[in-house]
Ligand binder design. Structure first.
Ligand code: GAL
Length: 687
């Protein structure tokens, strides 16, 4: 069975709609469970993630199992034609387990063992926890593997965190021995051992960093982070052994996250590595819509950026595994979605490649910390409230979009995101400690394309660059010689490459390149970046670029020209009149270097020039003002065009050719006015 065949789309040719369902909280309320079945139909839902935190109900005592309730839930969902995404329950464990086997409890960075409680807090190395997890997973696969309602596996929940127990320390040492072929010299070389007398003379001296910020051995920090990713994946791989064995055709996912304060990709795990082990990417999106620090459009751009990264991890549609139909319970202010926002935000996910709209949570719990978190069914148990009706509207809309399932989004622009480089950059003592902002810088470069409806793949360093006309690589601080050589091939073969300040400074061990910038980068760009000036927030500088002036903040690289052309100049300071922006024709391609952190207006003008030069066509010919986003998914037969108004005003949009509204069936051409937060999904036939 190939990967492709294992895709859930071969199972489900419909958009998934539903979400996390926790019937285990309501087993003494058969009336509520019966209501669920009715309400699921009224909400136009069809798919439920079940059992995520149900371990204490599934195995109330060690070796004593209770599956009858889950049998009933499977039958209930099946009876209405629905599907189950069955979770493995390792995200939270029963109290008896922590009591009998304290080794399953996590130890924090200061070497303090955590008490039982909370969730997502087990040791990833613990032999006992791995065994117990496999046991319960095997039983679930044996019992439900052939159930016609089983759609997919949901492994654990939002893997994250780290453990510093003795077993983890030993496993880390073994991981290092393996990585450095048992040679301490290689490790000391990579970690720059003699610095502050950190040379290691015996493997047993190695300890995990108590916290990354406290350890000044950057090589150690970087390897620890890599180890945490590998150890989490290893735990996940252990979980899926019985599932692959017993249910080889059932696809597997685990729900990825975002870091939510600023809405950037999840930082702690390298998802580019994790993605290789999943059949389908899924993620949990909780943007703070209607917040008081950014415009709706700015926030929509950040959601789009993460979507385009997570979709590009496998270059295939993904699933929105969790979202809220109203507010959450853990933002500083938990604002509910204003009328129109639920449909709009849901359709944005589909527009960027999601084949589902799933919620946390189906029903509000009665007790504990999530009782006021948004849900499809509120404590009123009613299908008549605003939120429920919003959900039903999304369900009805999705029912009309089944042709879109499985379709992708071709892109000519690649934007490179790298977890490892971000870790190393954040660790770097130097530059501005608060102003590095790598993910936010990528968003700044992404914005222009998003505003101009030019599709972008946000890719990672191992992916194929040759598919793109333009590759944008901002702030790639850590870059291996291998990646440099792939960038070189990309440009020599005719690609256009953009790099910025604070790029190419260290290798994969976080060791600075010697002898100035890497000679291949010098060759590609025709420059030598010689100094990085870091600015205070009130420092002012500007650059001139193509007869216009733009303000600069945080960083300015002083550039020595070897072969490149000057495109822009610094205006002030000791580097006034020296190059700030350069371009260089290298073999069949071209390489641009942006020396400073510049205002949005620069990115806009700069990328507009490239868009023209490279003939990068917008994804559709729908014309609109700022704040409206147009995204397209395509099949051989049709383009499915999403026109989304992320502003609080009416917005005229212009359909230059005839399209059909997929929801209302109307034929549209010419000007159409979108109301505040309105979305139109239209089909344009390719024949
Ligand atoms: C997610 C988690 C869910 C639920 C939700 C609340 O991070 O996976 O179980 O807690 O947050 O927003």
């Amino acid at each position: 069975m190939s990967k492709q065949e294992k895709s859930y789309t071969s199972e489900a040719k419909f958009m998934l709609h539903g979400g996390d369902y926790n019937p285990d909280q309501w087993l003494d309320r058969p009336d509520i469970l019966a209501d669920d079945v009715k309400l699921m139909q009224l909400a136009h839902t069809n798919t439920f993630s079940v059992g995520i935190f149900a371990w204490s109900t599934l195995e109330p005592e060690e070796g004593v199992y209770q599956f009858e309730w889950l049998d009933e839930i499977f039958s209930n969902i099946h009876s209405i034609g629905g599907k189950v995404i069955l979770a493995t329950p390792s995200g939270a464990r029963p109290a008896w387990m922590s009591q009998t086997y304290p080794e399953v409890l996590r130890v924090d960075g200061s070497r303090v063992k955590q008490l039982h409680g909370g969730r997502h807090n087990h040791c990833f190395t613990s032999k006992v926890y791995r065994e117990k997890t496999q046991q319960i997973n095997r039983l679930l696969a044996e019992r439900y593997g052939d159930h016609p309602a089983l759609l997919m596996w949901h492994i654990s929940n939002e893997y994250g965190g780290e453990c510093h127990c003795n077993q983890c320390q030993d496993t880390f040492r073994n991981w290092l021995m393996n990585k450095y072929n048992g040679e301490l010299k290689a490790l000391n070389d990579a970690w720059w051992g003699p610095f502050w007398s950190h040379t290691i003379t015996d493997w047993s001296q190695i300890e995990s960093p108590s916290s990354i910020g406290e350890s000044m051995v950057h090589g150690l920090n970087l390897d620890w982070r890599r180890f945490i990713t590998d150890q989490t994946i290893s735990f996940y791989k252990n979980e899926i052994i019985p599932l692959r064995e017993l249910t080889p055709t059932v696809p597997i996912t685990t729900n990825f996250m975002a870091d939510t304060n600023d809405l950037i990709p999840f930082q702690a795990l390298d998802y580019s590595k994790f993605a290789k082990h999943l059949d389908v990417i899924s993620w949990d999106a909780y943007p703070a819509w209607h917040n008081d620090w950014e415009s709706t459009g700015d926030l929509a751009m950040k959601v789009a950026f993460i979507d385009d990264l997570y979709r590009s991890l496998k270059q295939q549609p993904f699933l929105l595994m969790e979202s809220t139909p109203s507010g959450v319970n853990w933002h500083q202010v938990n604002k509910t979605k204003r009328p129109g926002m639920h449909l709009l935000s849901a359709m944005q996910m589909v527009a960027h490649g999601s084949d589902s709209i799933l919620y946390f949570q189906w029903r509000k719990s009665r007790g504990s910390s999530e009782k006021f978190h948004g849900a499809v069914v509120d404590h009123d148990n009613s299908a008549e409230n605003r939120v429920f009706k919003d959900v039903a509207e999304v369900g009805q809309t999705l029912e009309k979009l089944s042709n879109i399932v499985g379709t992708n989004r071709p892109a000519d622009v690649g934007l490179l995101y790298d977890w490892e480089s971000n870790w190393a950059l954040n660790d770097a003592q130097g530059f501005g400690l608060e102003t590095k902002r790598y993910p936010q810088t990528l968003q700044d470069h992404y914005r222009t394309f998003w505003e101009k409806d030019i599709p972008v793949d946000v890719i990672t360093k191992e992916q194929d660059f040759s598919a793109y006309k333009l590759l944008v690589v901002p702030m790639l601080y850590l870059v291996s010689e291998e990646t440099i050589s792939r960038l070189k091939t990309f440009v020599s073969n005719g690609g256009t490459l953009v790099m910025t300040y604070i790029s190419g400074l260290v290798n994969e061990h976080d060791l600075a390149y010697l002898g100035g910038w890497h000679k291949d980068l010098q060759e590609i760009f025709g420059i030598k970046p010689v100094e990085t000036d870091t600015l205070y927030p009130r420092d002012q500088n500007t650059i001139t670029y193509h007869n216009k002036t733009y303000s600069l903040k945080d960083y300015a690289t002083v550039i020595e020209l070897t072969n490149a052309n000057i495109e822009g100049l610094y205006v002030e300071d000791f580097y006034a009149n020296s190059p700030a922006i350069t371009s260089h024709q290298y073999q069949s391609g071209k390489a641009y270097y942006i020396g400073g952190r510049l205002e949005d207006a620069f990115q806009k003008d700069f990328y507009e020039t490239l868009i023209e030069e490279l003939n990068l066509a917008p994804i559709s010919n729908v014309k609109h003002e700022k704040g409206v986003s147009v995204q397209v998914r395509s099949s051989a037969e049709s383009d499915y065009i999403f026109v989304m108004n992320f502003t609080e005003q009416n917005q005229p949009v212009l359909f230059e050719s005839l399209v059909t509204d997929m929801v209302t069936g109307e034929e549209l051409v010419g000007e159409v006015v979108l109301r505040k937060y309105e979305v139109r999904i239209v089909e344009k036939s390719n024949s």
